[in-house]
Design a protein around this ligand. Sequence first.
Ligand code: ATP
Length: 366
Amino acid sequence: MSEIHLRSLVKKFGNFTALKSMDLRIGDGEFMALLGPSGCGKSTTMNMIAGMEVPTEGNILFGERDMAGVPMGRRGVGFVFQNYAIFTHMTVRQNLAYGPKMHGRPPAEIDKRVGAIAELLQLTPLLDRRAAGLSVNILQRVAIGRSAILEPAIFLLDEPLSNVDAAFRAVMRTELKHLQRQFRQTMVYVTHDQLEAMTMADRIAVMDHGVLQQVGTPIEVYNNPANVFVAKFIGSPGMNLLPGRPAESDRGLVVDLGPLGVTAPLPDRLASTLRGRPGEVLFGFRPEQAMLAAEGRGIAAPVTAVERIGARTIVHLGQGEMAMKVVVENDQHASFGASATVVPNMEAVRVFDRVSGAAIAGSTYG
Ligand code: ATP
C-alpha cells in the first residue's frame, strides 16, 4: 500500500520552525506536487518522507505503517535530486544497471529492465556512452532512470528539472507524467515552478512559510484559490487583486475601488455575502478571464505596457495597488497611455478578505 499520510507533521531546526503542523494524504498511485517559493519547507517535508530528516512532531505513515525509526533504505522509496548523482566513469547502461545489480537481480532481468527504461526515457542510442561526456539534460534523465528502474512504490523527486534547459524541461514534463502512469507509483514532486506542478500533478499542495496553504487539483487551485497567496502564486501572470470596499450603487452591489470613483461590478452570487460586510476586500480576477473594451461596465485605467508573449499579448494597466494585467489576443488594439476598460468575466470574479487574505465564501466557481 503506497498511500502516504502526513499527520500533524512539524519540523524545527533549533528555534526556527521550517514546517508548521502539516496534514496531507497522498493517495496510492497519485502524483502530488509540493509547490511553493524557496524556503517554504518543500524539501524539508520531502526529506522527512524519504527518512533523511526526523520529524520534530507528528507522524508519517505509508499505508497503515508508521515510518518512525524506519531508515531510508528500508522505506522502499526512490529519490531524485536537483543535482543528479551519476557515476561519471560508467556508461549510461552501467549507471542504469547499478541499482538492480546491487539488489542481486539476475543479468537477464537487468538487461530487460535497462532496455525498457532506456526506451521510455529515450536513452537507447546513448546506452554505451560514458556519462562523463554527456550533457546536464541527459545526465538528469539518466538519474531519473536509475531510480525508476527499481520500480519504487513511492518515487520522490526534488526539483529534478531545475538544472535542465527550458526546451528539454517541457519534454521531460511529458515523459515524467508518462513514466508515472506506466508504473502507477505514488509520486511526490517538489517544485517552485507552478507550470510544472499544473502540467504534471494530479493534485498540488501549495506551501508558503512552512504552512500548507491549499491542496487541490490544478484546476481547483487555479479556479478557486483558498487565499491571496495561492491566487498570486498560481497562474502566470498571477491573479489581479484590487483593494476596495463593497458599496451599493444604482447597478447593485459593487466594489468601490477608491481612486477616481472607479467601481468593479460584482456577480449576484457574491452580493449576499458582501452586502453590509465591514472592512476592505480584494477584488480578484485572472488576467485570462477579462476583456478589454473601449468603454462600458468595467474598470477604466490607462495602459502602462503592452507585452508580446508570442501566442497572446499581456496588457498592463493602472499603477500601484490598482495595477492589473489582462491577457488578450494579439490583434486586440491597446496602445501605451490610452485609457481602456477592463471587463472581468463575472463568473471568474473572486473576492478575498484584505486582512486575512482568505477567499470569501460564495466566491467559488467552476
Ligand atoms: P528551496 O527550494 O530553496 O530548498 P524549500 O521550500 O525546499 O526551498 P526547505 O529547504 O525545506 O525549503 O527549507 C525550509 C526552511 O528551513 C528554510 O528557511 C531553510 O533555510 C531552513 N532549513 C532547511 N534545512 C535546515 C537545516 N538543516 N538547518 C537549519 N535550517 C534549515
